[in-house]
Design a protein around this ligand. Structure first.
Ligand code: DQQ
Length: 628
């Protein structure tokens, strides 16, 4: 078999082989249908001609959508990747297809545009989130703060808008910000960026009108606003997204703000004791050449050993600090682990080769503008990221909404590697688990696809553990990574699951591992998601996402995958690598969405243990304030 066998049309039925054993926890199911991958079962796209005949699908020329406003107004929104419908091609989506794309247990407002979160916090029994929201349209603009509350981070009640652009200092948008709770008086200081009428970015302060209100329904902007203007040397459009403040050894609070000087991405730090007047430090917390504007900077402590989260002001023995920046140039969230000197207010990466913006990413898929907060209720640090659409703005306008947030994830330092973070869906998500399917051991031979008979597969929580058995000699020196996708065969991989696949495998989204025998003694493993065959729609963005993934000691290869309609959120090796992917199938939807295992390696058998839960929908709707 050629190592780069193109995976084209599904094989005729005569090429299907029936063999194999599948042990469903407790039972043995004989003789499952196993398709031969080697015979090109992982279907690629058919030609446009056959597509329009077989699926009754037509393409039409769409009127050009209104241009994205972000870049002109000083912040880019849906500008990367470049799928702004340049050619005006759109699949002939039906309303039912659009309706299917809405998620069932990820947070998204009922309609219109949303981007990053601001000011997450816990207050009097409720988790609060605020989000960048356009109340009028499904594209970026008119940015206000939406507001929602939850008891458990899963079910959300949407409250009235918290902050709207109604002053000269935020008339062009109430942009991202962060909450700081004063440990003594309990006051909440909400710092946020305002974009002014002439598109200058300034920092502002707001307070809850009534701290005794668990819902924090009303917010008051400070009469001192704006409390910060761009300092000398910083461009008026390069000064945004204040962090949660942390308390220094001198009793003053520090607030970090993202910026740049030409291509030098950087973090400014201000000191304050009242959140109204500030002193700018004469040096940066940190900067990295060539990384461009740093948006949504986040800075927080993590335990070197331990799974508890830490308050943002924690420093001392056994604590490292994570610095994260959202890179405006690439729309990627990068972090690094390092050491913070609280006296000098300097942060140094542990590994300069893997500094912020040039090393690790939170998520190797579609993910941006993330933010953490410390949940004092459960002593954990929780991370959210914004997952934008990867269809066209034209289609977003037609469906009337755009983008969602990841499942909230706990984040801790990976004590095995000391340099990675482990992200994991909060435990509360398990309350949504419904029907359970357990497979003790599924043998997937080289070049096979195995269907998992679990019924409809659009809302799932999947955990899968892979045991790899070499059936021929080692082949050192192969160089395959994620890029070639699930269709590119190599000796030890790829293998994994096919999410959101239709029965004929004409659409599928593989989430997979690809171990590569780089030298005789070294195997480098990659964790990947391949969107290239995820949809018949020509205009949606389809790439292969992925990264190398450390596999430490005797760890088995394992993944957890949350499937929720148009999002496939995948966690490799306990969350050491994460890939969030948006996919827009046309056939593998509703009852026609299926789940399969596949092994496209040439020289290994894979035994897979699986636990799969069908997931309930979360309750996400407006708060019935009239019933209070
Ligand atoms: N989005 C906000 C900015 C932030 C950017 C504006 C990140 O505050 O820098 O909507 O996507």
């Amino acid at each position: 078999m050629a190592p780069d066998t193109p995976l084209l049309d599904p094989p005729p039925s005569s090429t299907r082989r029936r063999h194999g054993l599948i042990k469903q926890c407790g039972l043995i199911l004989p003789s499952l249908v196993i398709f031969s991958v080697g015979l090109l079962t992982l279907a690629g796209h058919r030609s446009q001609q056959s597509l329009s005949i077989s699926a009754g699908v037509a393409h039409h020329q769409a009127p050009a959508p209104a241009p994205a406003r972000g870049l002109r107004e000083g912040v880019s929104a849906k500008s990367i990747p470049g799928n702004l419908d340049e050619e005006g091609v759109s699949y002939n989506w039906t309303n039912a297809m659009f309706a299917w794309q809405r998620t069932a247990y990820h947070f998204q407002p009922q309609r219109n545009w949303m981007n990053g979160f601001a000011g997450p916090m816990y207050h009097k029994g409720w988790y609060h989130i605020f989000y960048q929201y356009n109340p009028y349209s499904a594209v970026w603009g008119n940015i206000t703060w939406g507001h929602a509350v939850s008891r458990d981070l899963i079910h959300w009640l949407i409250l009235p808008l918290a902050l709207i652009p109604d002053n000269w200092y935020d008339i062009n948008g109430v942009w991202t910000g962060s909450a700081t709770r004063h440990p003594e008086d309990g006051n909440i200081y909400m710092l946020y960026t305002g974009s002014t009428g002439n598109l200058t970015q300034v920092q502002n302060l707001a307070h809850p009108a009534d701290l005794a209100d668990p819902l924090l329904l009303r917010w008051v902007k400070s009469p001192a606003n704006p409390i910060l203007l761009p300092p000398p040397g910083i461009g008026p459009k390069d000064f945004r997204d204040p962090t949660t403040a942390w308390l220094g050894p001198d009793g003053l609070w520090r607030v970090a703000i993202g910026s740049r000087v030409e291509k030098l991405g950087l973090t400014l730090v201000y000191k304050t004791d009242d959140f109204v007047s500030y002193e700018l430090l004469d040096h940066y917390l940190h900067s990295v050449p060539g990384t461009g504007m740093w948006e949504c900077v986040d800075f927080y402590p993590v335990l070197v050993n331990g799974t508890k989260g830490l308050d943002t002001s924690a420093v001392g023995e056994g604590i490292k600090h994570v610095l994260k920046a959202s890179l405006d140039d690439t729309k990627l969230d990068h972090f690094a682990v390092g050491t913070y000197d609280p006296v000098k207010d300097l942060w140094t990466p542990d590994d300069p080769e893997s500094d912020v913006g040039i090393g690790l990413k939170y998520d190797y898929g579609r993910y941006y503008a993330s933010k953490t907060f410390y949940d004092e209720e459960k002593q954990r640090r929780i991370l959210w990221g914004w997952i934008n659409e990867t269809d066209t703005e034209f289609d977003d306008l037609k469906k009337g909404w755009a983008s969602l947030q990841t499942i909230p994830r706990t984040v801790v330092l990976d004590s095995k590697t000391g340099r990675d973070l482990l992200q994991w869906p909060v435990e509360e998500i398990e309350s949504l688990r419904l029907n359970f399917f357990c497979f003790d051991e599924v043998l997937v031979g080289p070049g096979s696809v195995v269907p998992l008979h679990i019924g409809s597969a659009t809302q799932l929580d999947i955990t899968a553990e892979f045991e790899v058995e070499l059936i021929s000699g080692k082949k050192p020196g192969e160089e395959n990574r994620c890029d070639g996708g699930a269709a590119e065969r190599s000796s030890l991989g790829p293998f994994g699951i096919l999410a959101l696949a239709d029965a004929s495998l004409s659409e599928l989204t593989p989430v997979f591992f690809r171990p590569v025998q780089t030298t005789l003694d070294t195997v480098t493993t990659y964790f990947c998601t391949d969107q290239t065959r995820s949809s018949m729609a020509p205009e949606v963005f389809k790439v292969v996402y992925g990264s190398s993934i450390p596999v430490v000691g005797d760890e088995k290869l394992e993944m957890r995958v949350l499937v929720d309609h148009s999002i496939v959120e995948s966690f490799g090796q306990g969350g050491r690598r994460v890939i969030s992917s948006r996919v827009y199938p046309t056939r593998a939807i509703y009852g026609d969405a299926r789940l399969f295992l596949f092994n496209n390696a040439t020289d290994v058998n894979v035994k897979v243990k699986l636990k799969i839960w069908e997931m309930n929908s979360a309750f996400i709707r407006p708060f019935a304030l009239d019933q209070l």
